[in-house]
Design a binder for this molecule. Structure first.
Ligand SMILES: *Cc1c(COP(=O)(O)O)cnc(C)c1O
Length: 386
C-alpha cells in the first residue's frame, strides 16, 4: 500500500502522519506497539523474514519511512544510538587502506571512534579545519572515500556551508557524510544541500524527551541497504518499544524545534546586553561569524547557545550552583533546558589554554534550550547571576 501523505506536505504534518497507512473505522489513532522479536514466516520461501535485528519490525519500518520524508532522503535506517549510526554508516563506506577526511570539530565520541577503532583496522584519517575549503581540497588523496562534517558545531554553534564541500566530494566520487544532530531536519537537511549521507543522534531533537537512545542514517536506498548489513551483523538495531517512543516524540518535532529556536534567540539577545557575559554564541545574532551562512542554509537558528561568563571558571561555578530551573546535565535537544560545561565534558582532555585557543575559554557554558516559558528561563538565569 502506498504511503498516505505525499512528501509535499509540511514537515510538521509529516512528523505526525508520514508513512501512516490509511485508517479504517475502529482502528486505534495511535499506531500500535508490536513488541515481538520474531514474526510468522510464509512456508516454502526465505523472502519476507521479519526479525527485530533486521530493522524491519512494523514500528521500525514506519518510523524509518517517516524520517526519510523529513530528511528528503530515499531511505533512512534507525540504529540503537547515534554512535551506532556513525559507526555503521562509515563502516559501510570504508575498507582497510581507505582514507577519511574529517572536520576537526566533531563530537567527542566520534573522534574516539575514528582514532581508537578506525585507525586500528587500517583506515587513515586527516583532520581539517572545515571552514578552510582549500585545506579540505588539499587533504584529498586517491584513496579518500569519505569526507565527514558535523554542523552546527558543538559547542560554539558555528555553522558550516556544506555546499562547496558537497560539490568537491561529488567531483571526486567521494561520499560526503554530515552529522546534523544539532539542527534536526526541521532546521537543516544536508541532503537537500548536496550531502550524500546524513547522520543524527535521535536521542536528541528527534525524540526530544531525554528518555530514548537512538540514531538514524539517511541516504540512497542502495547505500542504506549496505548500512543495514552492518547493523544486522554488529547488532545495532533498536528495540520496538524504543522505536514506538521515538514515534511519539517525533509527532511534536516541529513545534518543539520552533519553540527552542525562538527561546534560544531570545536568551541570546538578552545575554548580549548583559555585562556578566563576555560573549554570546548563537548563529541567530548578527554578530555571530556564521550568521549569513546560517540565514542562507538553515530554516531555523537552533536551540543551542553558548554563553561565556566574563568572570571565567569561578563565575561559572557560582552561576551553576545558583540555577534552579535550568538543569546541569549532559546531552541536548529535549524538553528540559540543560546546561553543561565543555571544560568538564566534551573538552575535558584539553588544557585551559588549548580550549581557549579554539574559542572555548573556562567560563564557557553550553545551553540546550527546552520548552519552559521564556520569562521563567530568563528569570532563572538572572537570579543566578545576582
Ligand atoms: C550525542 C551526539 C552523538 C552520539 O549520539 P548517541 O545517541 O549519544 O550515541 C553524535 N553526534 C552528535 C553531534 C551528538 O550530539
Amino acid at each position: 500500500m502506498p504511503d498516505r501523505p505525499a512528501p509535499r506536505l509540511g514537515r510538521a504534518t509529516l512528523a505526525i502522519h508520514g508513512a501512516r497507512e490509511a485508517h479504517a473505522p475502529g482502528d486505534a489513532v495511535v499506531e500500535p506497539l508490536v513488541q515481538s522479536v520474531n514474526h510468522l514466516q510464509a512456508l516454502g520461501t526465505g523472502e519476507g523474514l521479519r526479525y527485530t535485528r533486521y530493522g524491519n519490525t512494523p514500528n521500525a519500518e514506519r518510523v524509518q519511512r517517516r524520517i526519510a520524508m523529513l530528511e528528503g532522503a530515499e531511505r533512512s535506517l534507525l540504529l540503537s544510538s547515534g554512535m551506532g549510526a556513525t559507526a555503521c554508516a562509515l563502516f559501510a563506506l570504508l575498507e582497510p587502506g581507505d582514507h577519511l577526511v574529517s572536520s576537526r570539530y566533531i563530537y567527542g565520541g566520534t573522534h574516539r571512534l575514528f582514532f581508537e577503532e578506525f585507525v586500528r583496522v587500517g583506515i587513515t584519517i586527516t583532520l581539517v579545519d572545515p571552514f578552510d575549503q582549500a585545506a579540505i581540497a588539499a587533504a584529498i588523496r586517491p584513496e579518500t572515500k569519505v569526507i565527514f562534517l558535523e554542523s552546527p558545531v558543538n559547542p560554539t554553534c558555528r555553522v558550516l556551508d556544506i555546499r562547496p564541500t558537497a560539490a568537491l566530494a561529488t567531483a571526486h566520487g567521494i561520499t560526503l557524510v554530515v552529522d546534523s544532530t544539532f539542527a534536526s531536519p526541521i532546521n537543516f537537511r544536508p541532503i537537500e544541500q548536496g550531502a550524500h549521507v546524513t547522520i543524527e543522534s535521535a536521542t536528541k531533537y528527534l525524540n526530544g524527551h531525554h528518555d530514548v537512545l537512538m540514531g538514524v542514517v539517511s541516504g540512497t536506498s542502495a547505500y542504506i541497504e549496505r548500512v543495514l548489513q552492518k547493523e544486522m551483523l554488529w547488532g545495532q538495531t533498536p528495540d520496538p518499544f524504543a522505536v514506538w517512543l521515538l514515534e511519539r516524540g517525533l509527532k511534536t518535532l516541529a513545534v518543539r524545534v520552533e519553540r527552542s529556536n525562538a527561546s534560544a534567540l531570545a536568551i541570546a539577545e538578552w545575554a548580549s546586553t548583559h555585562p556578566a557575559f563576555r560573549r554570546v554564541h548563537h548563529p541567530g545574532l548578527p554578530t555571530h561569524p556564521d550568521h549569513a551562512v546560517a540565514k542562507a542554509t538553515l530554516d531555523g537558528f537552533g536551540g543551542m547557545l553558548g554563553l561565556e561568563l566574563a568572570g571565567g571558571g569561578p563565575a561559572a561555578d557560582r552561576f551553576l550552583q545558583r540555577l534552579q530551573l535550568v538543569t546541569h546535565a549532559p546531552s541536548l535537544g529535549g524538553v528540559d533546558t540543560l546546561v553543561s560545561e565543555p571544560r568538564f565534558t566534551s573538552h575535558s582532555k584539553m588544557t585551559s589554554e588549548e580550549r581557549a585557543a579554539i574559542g572555548i575559554p573556562d567560563g564557557f557554558l553550553r545551553f540546550s534550550i527546552g520548552l519552559e516559558a521564556i520569562d521563567d528561563l530568563i528569570a532563572d538565569l538572572t537570579q543566578a547571576l545576582a
